[in-house]
Design a protein around this ligand. Structure first.
Ligand code: SF4
Ligand code: SF4
Length: 430
C-alpha cells in the first residue's frame, strides 16, 4: 500500500499537507512559469489547478478522480511554480502527496527497478551489461516491437532514447581511478545516472574534483531513493536514506558531492522523510547529513577563478536542471563555471530556466506533452546557434540528447563536469 507523507517541510516551516495547500491564494502568478500550462493552456495543468485539486481531495469534495489523476500525473515536478510563487507554495511535494492518495499500489515494474537499485545493485549491473552488449550488437532495437506488444512500451522507449551503451560501468571506472590515490577532502556520491547510464560523467566529475580540491573518495553510496519517493514507496526511500546517512557518518565529515542535480536535491531534502515524532533521532541525523551535501555545480561555481579557458565546439549555452535551479537555488554557480571555461563563446539562451520535459520517466509516459515542452527548449538552443549545451541532471542529459537528435542535430549535450574536466585536462597536458 502507498502511504502518504502527511506533513511537509515548506519554505515557511513545517506544515500539514492541507495547511501547505491552503497557502495558495489562487492568484495565478505562477501560471506562466508552468511549462505544462504554457504548452496545454488548461487550468487543470497549471500549479493553481493542481493545488486546488489536492484541496478538494482532502476536503472529500473531489467529483472526478480520473481527471484529478490526469492533472497530477502530468506535473513535471519541476518546481518553477514554487520559485515564481511569492508564498513559496510547495507544489511539487503537494502533487506527490496527491498522487500517493490516488494510487493504491506502486506499479510492479517501478517496484522491481527501485528494489534492484537499492537492494540488488550487483544483479542490476549484470542485467545492464547484457543489455548494453545486445544494444551494441543492434539486437535490442529489434526487440522493441516485442517489448511494446508485451506491454513494456516504457522499456522500448527508454532503449530508443538512451543512445549510449557503455562497455564499463562507473564502479569499474572508479576502481581504476581510486587505485591512483584517494584522500579525505571530499566524498563522491555516485548517483544512479552516472553510475549505470553515463559512466563518462562520473569519471569526469572524479577527475575535475581531484584537480580542483585534491584527493577524495567514493562513499560507496546506495541509490538516493528519489525514484522510490516519487513513485510512492516512502519506506523504501527511508531505507535508502538511512543507509546513505549511516555510511556517510562512518566515513567522516567531509563534504559529500554529487553530480546529478535531481539526486543531490533529494539528498538535501532527507529531513522531510523523518517528520513524525518517533523519527526525531533520524531527522537530526538527516539534517547533519544534508548539511554536508553539495551539488558539483556549486563546487565549480566556487572554483570558477581556477578554471582555465578552453576552446569549445561552437557557442556554449547552459540549460538549468530544475532540481538545481528550483530545488537548490543554483543559478549563478554553474554559469560562473561555464563562462570561465567558454569565455566569449558562452551565450545565455531564452528559456534556459524552463524544464526540458524529461522529469525521469515523464518523457516516456506523457510523450506528446513532453515533446511539446522539449521542442521549445531546443528552439532556445538553436536560436543562439549553440554547438554545446551544458546541464547537470541525468534526466536532462537523456531528454536534451533526444531533442537535439530530433530538432537540432548541430549541437551536442554535455554534463558540466565533462566540460570542466576537459578544460582542466587540456591545461594539465599543455
Ligand atoms: S501557487 Fe502561489 S503563485 Fe500559484 S496561484 Fe497559488 S499562491 Fe499564486
Ligand atoms: S512543478 Fe512544474 S509542471 Fe508541476 S505545476 Fe509546478 S511549474 Fe507546473
Amino acid at each position: 500500500m502507498i502511504e502518504p507523507l502527511g506533513r511537509l517541510l515548506t519554505d515557511l516551516g513545517e506544515r500539514t499537507v492541507y495547511d501547505a495547500a491552503a497557502q495558495c491564494s489562487r492568484c495565478g502568478y505562477c501560471e506562466q512559469a508552468c511549462p505544462t500550462y504554457v504548452a496545454a493552456g488548461r487550468e487543470a495543468y497549471s500549479p493553481r489547478g493542481r493545488v486546488q485539486i489536492l484541496r478538494l481531495m482532502i476536503e472529500g469534495k473531489l467529483d472526478d478522480p480520473r481527471a484529478a489523476a490526469d492533472a497530477l500525473s502530468t506535473c513535471l515536478l519541476c518546481g518553477a511554480c514554487q520559485t515564481a510563487c511569492y508564498a513559496k507554495v510547495a507544489v511539487p511535494d503537494l502533487v506527490l502527496e496527491g498522487r500517493r492518495a490516488l494510487r493504491r499500489e506502486t506499479h510492479w515494474l517501478v517496484r522491481r527497478v527501485t528494489r534492484m537499485l537499492i537492494e540488488e545493485p550487483a544483479a542490476l549491473e549484470r542485467l545492464l551489461k547484457i543489455g548494453y552488449f545486445l544494444k551494441r550488437l543492434g539486437i535490442s532495437r529489434l526487440a522493441r516491437p516485442l517489448l511494446r506488444a508485451a506491454g513494456f512500451s516504457v522499456l522500448a522507449a527508454m532503449d530508443e532514447d538512451v543512445a549510449e551503451a557503455p562497455a564499463r560501468l562507473l564502479d569499474e571506472e572508479l576502481a581504476g581511478l581510486r587505485a591512483r590515490g584517494e584522500g579525505k577532502n571530499w566524498s563522491y556520491f555516485a548517483a544512479c545516472g552516472p553510475r549505470y547510464l553515463f559512466p563518462r560523467v562520473g569519471v569526469a566529475t572524479w577527475k575535475a574534483l581531484t584537480a580542483l580540491k585534491g584527493p577524495g573518495r567514493h562513499s560507496e553510496n546506495s541509490c538516493c531513493g528519489l525514484l522510490a519517493y516519487n513513485y510512492g514507496d516512502l519506506e523504501q526511500a527511508r531505507q535508502s536514506s538511512r543507509r546513505n546517512i549511516e555510511r556517510a557518518e562512518a566515513a567522516g565529515d567531509e563534504p559529500i558531492i554529487g553530480d546529478c542535480s535531481s539526486c543531490v536535491a533529494f539528498l538535501k531534502s532527507y529531513p522531510q522523510l523523518f517528520l513524525m515524532p518517533m523519527d526525531a533521532e533520524w531527522r537530526a541525523r538527516a539534517e547533519r547529513f544534508s548539511a554536508r551535501v553539495k551539488d558539483v555545480v556549486e563546487v565549480y561555481g566556487e572554483s570558477a577563478k581556477a578554471l582555465p579557458r578552453c576552446a569549445a565546439d561552437g557557442t556554449v549555452a547552459y540549460h538549468d536542471s530544475c532540481r538545481a535551479l528550483n530545488g537548490q537555488g543554483l543559478q549563478e554557480q554553474p554559469r560562473q563555471a561555464a563562462k570561465a571555461v567558454a569565455g566569449e563563446s558562452f551565450r545565455e539562451m531564452d528559456g534556459a530556466d524552463a524544464c526540458c520535459g524529461g522529469a525521469g520517466a515523464f518523457a516516456f509516459v506523457h510523450g506528446d506533452l513532453s515533446d511539446e515542452v522539449l521542442r521549445r527548449k531546443i528552439g532556445g538552443a538553436a536560436a543562439v546557434h549553440a554547438g554545446t549545451l551544458l546541464t547537470s541532471s541525468t534526466s536532462c542529459l537523456i531528454q536534451l540528447a533526444r531533442g537535439l537528435r530530433k530538432y537540432y542535430p548541430d549541437a551536442k549535450v554535455l554534463h558540466l563536469s565533462e566540460f570542466v574536466a576537459k578544460a582542466l585536462e587540456e591545461r594539465h597536458g599543455a
